[in-house]
Write a protein that binds this ligand. Sequence first.
Ligand SMILES: Cc1cc2nc3c(=O)[nH]c(=O)nc-3n(C[C@H](O)[C@H](O)[C@H](O)COP(=O)(O)OP(=O)(O)OC[C@H]3O[C@@H](n4cnc5c(N)ncnc54)[C@H](O)[C@@H]3O)c2cc1C
Length: 410
Amino acid sequence: MDSTPTQPFGLLVIGSGPAGVHAAAAYVEAGGPGPVCLVSADPDEPYQRPPLSKAVLGGKEPAEVTPILEDDSAWARIDLRLGTRVEALDTDRRRVRTDDGQELPYDRLILATGSEPTALPGVDPGAQVFTLRTLEHARRLVDVVEDARSVVVVGSGFIGCEAAASIAGRGVRTTLVSPEPAPQAARLGDWVGARIAEWLAAVGVEMRPGVQVEGVEPRGTVRLDDGSFIESDLVLAAVGVTQSRAFLVGSGLLSDHGRLVVDEALRTRDPRVWVAGDVARAHHAVVGRALTVEHWGDAITMGQLAGGNAATQGPGGTGEPGRWSSPPGFWSEIGEHTVKYSAWGDGFDEMRVVEHSKGAFTVWYADAVGEVVGVLTHESDEDYERGGELLARRASLSEALDAAPTGGSS
Ligand SMILES: Cc1cc2nc3c(=O)[nH]c(=O)nc-3n(C[C@H](O)[C@H](O)[C@H](O)COP(=O)(O)OP(=O)(O)OC[C@H]3O[C@@H](n4cnc5c(N)ncnc54)[C@H](O)[C@@H]3O)c2cc1C
């Protein structure tokens, strides 16, 4: 049976995360010609991921779909195909092949295939190690956490820290294992790492910094490279993400370590293909270099841009494309503490800490020539807002510090 539609989709989107969903909705809103189809490997209706490591894992919200779109009227014009994985992309014939044997032809294509968790190396055959990316992962984790007495979380990135705090908040003995001397010290500096470690300790997370996991045994024993062992009922690996790229082999699209290279308008070198979200390595219009971001809000922004551009640009298109120009940023909740971080995300040479009253603080990050490249705040929303403006203007660290005379700095 040939299940190939005879007419190409006006727009085909791959991925039902924030980038893909907002791309499809923006295309519809911009009046792009139909029909519109969104294909996703995830079997669940599109949902928000941020609550999964926070309220859901902490037992404060059920592991259920929290919709991505506030206004869901666009869905009436989108053919949503869930639980369907794209296995091959042929950009010459403008069609994709899915794991249920269909070939879907398109006129315009948006790739928003996001990230998936990196596997923890050294796991013995028969040992179970959980990861957290999807709603289904969260359901499985919550089921096991409810009966667990001892949990080991591996990795001290934001997801590892959030998950460890949420699990410990349930009263479960929780150990956070990481090769870093303090959580996120490499990315955010030792001072911030020490604050996060204090917050984690305050909710009862036991820290094992500076050690690597050497193996996980079938009964849940975690072997560390300092020769010690931790017995656990559950091991959660939060050791980073990778991009699924198998289906891109032979597509001719340019990739850089698994991310798809696009310009400021999120265009690939194929004029009918755009990329948005985690999977993009996109040129940023303000900072003038390619960035990689793994943030919810930026995936929405990029999805909206890609959808709008796919509706108005490409072969026969008119007008100026939308360009990616807002500074990247996100919030993280570690137990009771919220940090807000806005940065280009590709390192810093200097950092200045401004402590405010009652434990609030702002950390400014600058490059070698003294330009602000990031800001991190805790209970200091004004600085977070101002940090975004300073980044957008490529302002200097001295300007950032001049306007904040009240706090001490270190
Ligand atoms: C637990 C958790 C908490 C987080 N909390 C925060 C937070 O507080 N703040 C923040 O800014 N960010 C947070 N993030 C990161 C944020 O969720 C991601 O940056 C964001 O989801 C990226 O969106 P995306 O649309 O690019 O990709 P994704 O959300 O990863 O979606 C990709 C989609 O593509 C589909 N797909 C992949 N390959 C294929 C294929 N071959 N065929 C068909 N479909 C495919 C997937 O099934 C999925 O639907 C969190 C992430 C997790 C996992």
